[in-house]
Design a protein around this ligand. Structure first.
Ligand code: HEM
Length: 395
C-alpha cells in the first residue's frame, strides 16, 4: 500500500509543476475535480481557500474526483496523516533509489522557487540587460567614440603577449556561449516556446544544455589563466584613487595617469574573478546535483551572526532539503551571471566600438604608442623608460 502511495505521490509531485506552468488551469474541470493552481497559490499567500470540494468528498468517494484521473483524489479513502507526513518529511519511506533527494516526496519550497524563476527573475534579466544596453547607447550618443586625442606616432608597443590573449579570448568566447545558452534555458518556456514552438525549442534546449555543461570547463580554465597572468597588475594602489576621482577622463578632461590596468579595468578584473568564480562554483553544484551543498551551511552561519536581523529580515531558512539547495544554487547562478553579463556589456563596448585603438590590444597584442600614453601613461614609462622618444631615436 505504502509503495503504491509513494508512487502516487511521486506522480503527483511531478504533475504539479507541469500543471502549474499553465496558469489557465484554474477550473476544477481541468484538474479532474482536484485542487487547482489558483487554490495552491491562494493557500501559499495565506488566503482562505474554498475547500468544499474536499470536505464534501470526505467519507463519500462517489462525489470525490476519481483517483484514476491525473491529480485526482482518493476522496473518502484519502489518508491525510500520510500526506502530511510526506509533506513534512516524517513519513517512513523506503525507496529503491538511493539518491539524497529520494525520500523527499513533497517539497513546498518548489512553488516559491518556480514562481520566482518564471516571474521576478525574468523581469530582473530584462531590466538589467536591457537597461545596460540602453545606458550604453545613450553614453555613445552623448559622449561619442573616445578618440586618441594626440597625434598618432605610427609606433606600437606590445600590450599583451600571445598567452595573455589566448586566456582572454578563451574566457570571452566561453562566456558568450555560456551566456546565450544559459539565457535560452532561462527564458525558454516563456519566450522561446511561444516564438518557435515546442519542437524547435526542444532541440534548442537539449543542445543548449549540452553545450552549456561542457563549455563551462573552458570558462573555468580561462578564469585560472587570467587570474595568474594579471593578478599582479590588478592590486589596488593610490593611482586608482586619482583615476576614480577623475572618472578616468571618460567624460572629457585630462587623462589621469594609470599603470598597466586603470582602476576601471581593475574593477572589471575583480568582478570577473569574484563573480565568475561564484558562477563557476554554483554551476559545479548544479552539474553534480546534491553533491556540493552551498546554501544550508551559509544560511545557518549568517543566522548565527544575526545578519538577517541587521536588515530587519527574518532568519534564513535552515535546514534545507536537497532540492532546496539546488533551487537556491540555480537562482544564485542565474542572478550573478546576469549581473556579470551587464558588467561585461560595458566592457565589450569600451573594448571595441567605444574607444579608438583599444581593440588592437587584444586583437593584435600591439597598441599605438599615443593611445598607451594617454590611457596608461605610467605603464608606458615603465616599458619605454622616462623619455621614450629619445630612447627610440637612440636605438
Ligand atoms: C567579445 C568581446 C570582448 C572584447 C572586444 C574585449 C576586449 C578587450 C580588450 C581590448 C581588452 C584590453 C584592454 C586594454 O588594453 O587595456 C580586454 C581586457 C579584458 N577583458 Fe575583454 N573583451 C571581450 C569580452 C570579454 C569577456 C566576455 C570577459 C569576461 C568574462 C572579458 C574580460 C576581460 C578582462 C578581465 C580584461 C582585463 C581587464 C580589463 O581590461 O578590463 N572580456 N578585453
Amino acid at each position: 500500500m505504502l509503495r503504491f502511495l509513494s508512487l502516487f505521490a511521486v506522480i503527483f509531485a511531478l504533475a504539479v509543476p507541469a500543471a502549474a506552468q499553465d496558469t489557465t488551469v484554474d477550473s476544477r474541470a481541468a484538474t479532474g475535480g482536484a485542487q487547482t493552481l489558483a487554490d495552491i497559490l491562494e493557500r501559499q499567500e495565506g488566503l482562505k481557500v474554498d475547500d468544499a470540494f474536499r470536505s464534501e468528498a470526505t467519507g463519500n468517494p462517489d462525489v470525490a474526483a476519481p483517483g484514476s484521473d491525473q491529480l485526482g483524489t482518493l476522496g473518502g479513502a484519502s489518508d491525510p496523516e500520510l500526506w502530511r507526513a510526506f509533506r513534512y518529511g516524517s513519513a517512513d519511506i523506503s525507496t529503491q533509489n538511493r539518491g539524497p533527494a529520494a525520500t523527499t516526496v513533497i517539497q513546498d519550497g518548489g512553488m516559491w522557487w518556480l514562481e520566482f524563476r518564471e516571474g521576478a527573475l525574468l523581469q530582473i534579466a530584462m531590466y538589467l540587460l536591457g537597461g545596460t544596453l540602453v545606458a550604453l547607447t545613450l553614453f555613445y550618443l552623448i559622449r561619442g567614440r573616445i578618440k586618441i586625442d594626440g597625434e598618432k606616432t605610427g609606433r606600437t608597443i606590445t600590450r599583451f603577449k600571445a598567452f595573455e590573449r589566448f586566456g582572454h579570448w578563451l574566457l570571452a568566447s566561453s562566456f558568450i556561449v555560456l551566456g546565450l545558452t544559459g539565457l535560452f534555458s532561462l527564458i525558454g518556456r516563456k519566450v522561446l516556446i511561444p516564438l518557435f514552438g515546442h519542437e524547435t525549442f526542444s532541440f534548442l534546449a537539449v543542445g543548449s544544455k549540452w553545450v552549456h555543461n561542457n563549455i563551462s570547463w573552458a570558462f573555468i580554465i580561462a578564469l585560472f589563466i587570467i587570474f595568474f597572468v594579471w593578478v599582479v597588475h590588478n592590486i589596488p594602489d593610490r593611482t586608482d584613487l586619482r583615476w576614480l576621482a577623475k572618472a578616468g577622463g571618460l567624460f572629457g578632461g585630462e587623462h589621469p595617469p594609470a599603470k598597466k590596468f586603470n582602476a576601471g579595468q581593475k574593477l572589471i578584473f575583480w568582478a570577473v574573478i569574484v563573480l565568475g568564480g561564484s558562477i563557476a562554483v554554483s554551476g559545479l553544484s548544479l552539474l553534480f546535483p546534491f553533491e556540493i551543498n552551498l546554501f544550508g551551511h551559509t544560511f545557518s552561519t549568517l543566522n548565527g551572526w544575526g545578519v538577517p536581523g541587521w536588515f530587519g529580515a527574518t532568519e534564513l531558512p535552515y535546514p534545507l532539503s536537497p532540492q532546496e539547495e539546488m533551487q537556491y544554487a540555480q537562482l544564485w547562478h542565474a542572478l550573478i551571471s546576469l549581473i556579470l553579463t551587464a558588467i561585461i556589456f560595458a566592457h565589450i563596448y569600451l573594448g571595441s566600438v567605444g574607444m579608438e585603438g583599444a581593440f588592437d590590444a587584444m586583437g593584435k597584442g600591439e597598441v599605438e604608442e599615443q593611445w598607451a600614453r594617454e590611457h596608461h601613461s605610467l605603464w608606458v614609462q615603465g616599458v619605454l623608460g622616462a623619455d621614450p622618444v629619445e630612447k627610440e631615436n637612440s636605438k
